[in-house]
Write a protein that binds this ligand. Structure first.
Ligand code: GDP
Ligand code: MG
Length: 164
């Protein structure tokens, strides 16, 4: 059966930007009926000889901090239930947050492969040391990417498909 890759992470880290880059024009399910809130969208991705489905789990985002934890928990549950590999996106500009640590704990308990993706590394030279901080999440090597500039994404996808 088809491999599924779920993208999780706090609001504003760049999940949807990454999703759209990976999906290109091939977003397969988009529910854009007015008034219908979608909580995840799917797209088919081809990388090397692999075809897989990606899910952006970040549809309904919390507006207040006290809703953050239940939001993150739901995201993590969706990812853990449906994905064979989880892409956990964090933000080099905001640095590590409590919510990042909590998601990392949830994902670790699931015993599924997690690829840690440090987004917004627009200037690799300048920001390389800031990326090291994310080793503290205990999820292995952080992959530095810029979804906006489409850099680092190939190495990250190589890691993703290595878990299929
Ligand atoms: P989401 O809430 O996690 O889905 O995040 P979005 O994809 O909506 O992005 C949140 C904001 O971060 C937007 O203003 C994006 O343009 C910006 N963003 C996303 N990726 C990058 C990146 O690689 N570099 C920079 N500088 N900004 C980014
Ligand atoms: Mg989003």
């Amino acid at each position: 059966s088809r491999e599924v890759v779920a993208i999780v992470g706090r609001p504003n880290v760049g999940k949807s930007t990454l999703f759209n880059k990976l999906a290109g024009a091939k977003i397969s399910i988009v529910e854009d009926t007015p008034g219908v809130t979608r909580d995840r969208i799917y797209a088919d991705v081809e990388w090397l000889n692999y075809n897989f489905t990606i899910i952006d789990t970040g549809g309904i985002e919390p507006t207040t901090d006290d809703k953050m934890l239940s939001y993150m928990r739901k995201q993590a549950e969706v990812a853990i239930d449906t994905a064979s590999v989880i892409v956990f996106v964090v933000d080099v500009k905001s640095g590590l947050t409590d919510a990042d640590y909590k998601v990392a704990d949830m994902l670790r308990r699931a015993h599924k492969p997690v690829v840690l993706c440090v987004n917004k590394v627009d200037n690799r030279e300048k920001l390389q040391y800031d990326v090291f901080e994310f080793y503290n999440l205990g999820l292995g090597e952080p992959f530095a990417i810029s979804s906006a500039q489409s850099t680092g994404i190939g190495d990250m996808l190589d890691e993703v498909v290595s878990h299929f």
